[in-house]
Ligand binder design. Structure first.
Ligand SMILES: C[S@@+](CC[C@H](N)C(=O)[O-])C[C@H]1O[C@@H](n2cnc3c(N)ncnc32)[C@H](O)[C@@H]1O
Length: 435
């Protein structure tokens, strides 16, 4: 075993008390190795050997993948500290045992058992640990024995947290579940809280306390000033979970109005902010749960004063459908450059293609024939460029000179003979086809 029990406990104490991000990856790795040895669930096992479970409310990730979550250093630290603080706050005001329900423990019951193992005194808590995978329950049993936690009242339940009902009338002071990915996609967090919130005491706490999904307008150019918040399109908290439990799912639909302005140089970005407990929170850049999602400019039409519509759909693989305003095509009088028109690089077709992207960004109709499209693909191929990347840049940049500058940085310098040969082939693809 690479760590002793005492070393493990020492690192847990550091994890629980140090500043956000002050615990190193190697310290976390050593803890995971230790937990793997005790439970025999190892994070380096091939994921295919550890099956996930598809439920009606999303995917329950496999025991190995759940074990790997421990390695998300900042996530683990903020959640573990949040749970520790919530318990400490409850213990200050309760004389009776603090009842904790932890739904989706994974094999290591990461957010609770290390804390109990490191505690120098027996905490006045009663615990229910629940997971859909029997392998996790068996692993958690091994940890309870290993850390000598049998003196705690711990109930272990193998079951589905979106369906489970306590045997006796039971209300919890704290309900913990981290069964989510960024934008609340795929995993069942929303439906677990929707169901379990009925067992939360009126002054009880959900951990995380709040998951807030927001929409931003983000400038494509790094020089432009920061993101502009359009608004929040979904929030999961105690209030919303209770409404969902009553059958009120209005929060699953939202509309945000695109502010007044010209947003041709912006993309839409969706973010996930997590308030774990009080001031402990996770934001963009902290961990995989906060990965932001940006729509490419040609997927997102940003017509000012029109609505973007959000709907949480498909419970077996939950996700938000995002519907942008329909493009309102304006007839343009602008004449596109000819395919043979060139810029500083001497290449045909790109000036025309860039100008077309410029018009489309402004909602003006400018169609491309199949021959032209094929000619363009030939051109990118001849220059060893990724067509998606080139087109993305055309939409991103506002001036043709900037686009040509970017292009010249992507290709090795071309001599005139090569340029002429590429131009000839490209134009032939347009004219041979009779356009
Ligand atoms: C993202 S892992 C988190 C593991 C651990 N709590 C942590 O924070 O590191 C989610 C866990 O929830 C469990 N799970 C997912 N859906 C569940 C459900 N409907 N009922 C019970 N457990 C579920 C999975 O088996 C997995 O162990």
């Amino acid at each position: 075993m690479c760590q002793t029990k005492a070393q493990f406990v020492e690192t847990v104490n550091k994890l629980l008390h140090c500043q956000k991000g002050a615990i190193s990856k190697s310290e976390i790795k050593a803890m995971v190795t230790y937990l793997g040895e005790v439970t025999q669930v190892f994070t380096d096992t091939d994921m295919n050997d550890s099956p996930k479970t598809q439920t009606a409310c999303g995917v329950a990730i496999s025991p190995v993948q759940a074990a790997k979550c421990f390695e998300e250093t900042i996530r683990t630290q903020m959640f573990a500290q949040g749970v520790a603080n919530a318990i400490a706050d409850k213990l200050k005001v309760e004389i009776k045992p603090v009842r904790i329900l932890y739904a989706g423990t994974g094999p290591y019951a990461t957010l609770l058992l290390p804390l109990l193992a490191a505690s120098t005194e027996q905490l006045n808590v009663e615990i229910t640990l629940l997971d859909i995978h029997q392998e996790n329950i068996t692993a958690v049993e091994a940890l309870i024995a290993h850390f000598g936690l049998e003196s705690y009242q711990i109930e272990l339940v193998h079951g589905d947290a979106t369906q489970w009902r306590p045997n006796r009338e039971q209300q919890f002071d704290i309900i913990i579940s981290e069964t989510m990915t960024a934008l609340l996609k795929r995993e069942p967090q929303v439906f677990i809280f929707k169901h379990l919130v009925q067992y939360l005491r009126s002054d009880g706490v959900l951990i995380p306390e709040q998951v807030s999904l927001k929409t931003w307008l983000t400038p494509q150019s790094k020089q432009s000033k920061g993101d502009l918040l359009i608004g929040e399109f979904f929030c999961l908290d105690r209030e919303r979970a209770q409404a969902l439990n009553r059958g009120d799912d209005t929060c699953f639909c939202a509309e945000l109005i695109i502010p007044d302005g010209d947003w041709a140089e912006h993309v839409v970005k969706l973010t996930t902010d997590i308030q774990v407990y009080r001031d402990l929170s996770l934001h963009e850049g902290d961990c995989s749960l906060n990965i932001a999602f940006a729509f490419s400019p040609y997927d997102a039409v940003l017509t000012a004063n029109q609505a973007i519509v959000f709907k949480y759909v498909q419970p077996d693989s939950p996700d938000f459908s995002v519907i942008f305003p329909k493009p309102e095509w304006k007839q343009t009088n602008f004449k596109l450059p000819q395919p043979s028109d060139t810029g500083a690089l001497g290449l045909v077709q790109i000036k025309r293609s860039f100008q077309r992207a410029y018009l489309i960004k402004r909602g003006e109709r400018a169609a491309t024939s199949e021959q032209e499209w094929q000619a363009e693909l030939y051109l990118y191929d001849a220059l060893s460029l990724n067509s998606r990347e080139v087109i993305g840049k055309m939409y991103e940049l506002e001036r043709f000179t900037d686009f040509e500058k970017w292009l010249s940085e992507q290709v090795t310098p071309l001599d005139n003979v090569t340029i002429n040969a590429i131009n000839y082939q490209c134009l032939a693809k347009i004219t041979d086809a009779g356009t």
